[in-house]
Design a binder for this molecule. Structure first.
Ligand SMILES: *Cc1c(COP(=O)(O)O)cnc(C)c1O
Length: 232
């Protein structure tokens, strides 16, 4: 089964990169990005011990999360958030990586069920400065996080980013290095910040070199995506 082979291969690549860049063993968490993938494909990864899954489309995700109904799995929302989806996101996910608006954070805070632990969140940074991209500016991160601190049902964990793609390893490291420095700076007065969610199939090793604690991998695990399935 290709997914099993791919998973073994990615785990090995992560472990090699941890050693090569003086990262602690198992300090990088593999988030399997399962958007557009079927329940059966997800279950193959689960059978091999994969626990963290990332989804981008709320409706699709909720259907799969309910169908799988496995409380050992940890679900991460990594897509753009529409206001009318906040109730379902707050009740179905353990993490949200794409916080870039106070209004959305406020709603998630209000809608997080009391029976669940606070929702883990990352602040999304638009590191490449592209107008089309989601995320706040790096310089606004400190004030933005200070504003988020009023929300007691959210647990602020760190930063997330998706830089403009480049195939050159040293160029890939530059935005990741800036994010790492910013996280260090922010965590001086906020020791609970422990998460850097960076790195996809294209740039996973560069992200690990620069301190990724979560890498978000879809294509290398499940193969190329069927783009016709990418809808809400
Ligand atoms: C789809 C997606 C990924 C996974 O990308 P691959 O190139 O398939 O590994 C990671 N992060 C985000 C935010 C995504 O939307």
């Amino acid at each position: 089964m290709k997914i099993i082979e791919n998973l073994d291969h990615i785990r090995n690549e992560i472990s090699v990169a941890e050693k090569r860049f003086n990262r602690l063993d198992s300090s990088v968490c593999l988030l399997a990005v399962s958007k557009t993938r079927s329940v059966d494909e997800i279950m193959v990864a689960v059978s091999e011990g994969q626990r963290h899954f990332g989804e981008n489309y709320c409706q699709e995700a909720v259907e799969k999360i309910d169908a799988i109904d496995d409380h050992d799995l940890i679900w991460h929302f990594i897509g753009p958030i529409q206001s009318n989806k906040t109730r379902q996101i707050a009740s179905h996910f353990d993490w949200v990586h794409t916080i870039d608006r106070i209004k959305i954070a406020r709603r998630l805070n209000e809608l997080r069920p009391e029976s669940l632990a606070p929702l883990n969140i990352c602040v999304q940074i638009n590191i490449s400065g592209e107008d089309s991209k989601a995320g706040i500016k790096l310089d606004d991160a400190d004030n933005f996080i200070t504003e988020l601190e009023q929300f007691k049902r959210l647990k602020i964990r760190g930063l997330m980013s998706l830089p403009a793609p480049t195939s050159n390893f040293n160029e890939q490291r530059i935005p990741f290095s800036i994010l790492k420095q910013k996280l260090q700076e922010l965590s001086i007065s906020r020791p609970d910040l422990d998460t850097l969610s960076i790195g996809t199939t294209q740039d996973m090793t560069a992200a690990i070199a620069e301190g990724a604690t979560i890498v978000r991998i879809g294509t290398a695990l499940f193969g190329p995506r069927d783009v016709t399935k990418q809808s809400n």
